[in-house]
Write a protein that binds this ligand. Sequence first.
Ligand SMILES: Nc1ncnc2c1ncn2[C@@H]1O[C@H](COP(=O)(O)OP(=O)(O)OP(=O)(O)O)[C@@H](O)[C@H]1O
Ligand SMILES: [Mg+2]
Length: 268
Amino acid sequence: MGCFYLRERNKTKKQSMSSPTLTVDKDGFNDEMSQKANKSCSSVVAASPRSILELYEGRAHELRSFRLAELRSATSNFSRDLKIGEGGFGSVYKGFLKTSRSQLGLRNDNGNLVVAVKKLNPNGMQGHKQWLAEVQILAVVDHPNLVKLLGYCATDDGEQGPQRLLVYEFMPNKTLEDHLFNRAYPTLPWKTRLSIALGVAKGLHYLHEGLEIQVIYRDFKSSNVLLDEEFIPKLSDFGLAREGPVDGQTHVSTAVMGTYGYAAPDYV
Ligand SMILES: Nc1ncnc2c1ncn2[C@@H]1O[C@H](COP(=O)(O)OP(=O)(O)OP(=O)(O)O)[C@@H](O)[C@H]1O
Ligand SMILES: [Mg+2]
């Protein structure tokens, strides 16, 4: 997870602005996904579940490909004043899009679309592989307890070199970590805590059992539980997630993933 590299440097602008391609990383998630897809295509078992690659291809059109200029304008050129956080992937900014909610398939169209824009730090711990995994998985999933990805931006030929960004629906109540450990926030009532615990359990259950594929999240921690205006929890950060075993396989990689200083319950 510690490496960062971007491929596709030679692609034209038109290509790099289209849906993220799925065969970018030779030894990562996507190559693995491609092999599974090829395998299942050549398989004679017609009813075998589709791979995440195939599911993604059916849903990719629902994500919007943003231009970098559009996201610059939405965040006042990635202004410090609009920076709302920073993690292993990069900085997160609050943004105001000129697009209406209904244009992005969202309910409650009040003409004002507030978003969170996550900008990959090219010197950070994560890279294109995590960005792509997040795009693929969030394009496929749809659940009230998972964060909603609205779109992405991928450019390789701008003045500042390769850029990878993700655009989410904005969650106004920060993260569960903030409410549990930051004394600036009032103590969460037990009722709210229980409903958050139930919500995240539903989100995890959906990832494990509610899809045609199984998704192993691998980054379950309180800072990845975002809270909406009604404190409904939304699991976020799918860069480390991977598809569970397919086609009768019983083995998946047991490589430890996560954040330095923290291990997900799966590993302790
Ligand atoms: N959709 C969103 N809406 C509102 N705020 C968000 C959203 N996504 C992220 N944030 C804010 O940005 C902060 C940083 O998020 P990020 O996921 O990059 O890092 P992290 O979860 O703190 O660390 P890690 O990289 O280990 O996951 C979050 O703590 C949260 O406050
Ligand atoms: Mg996070």
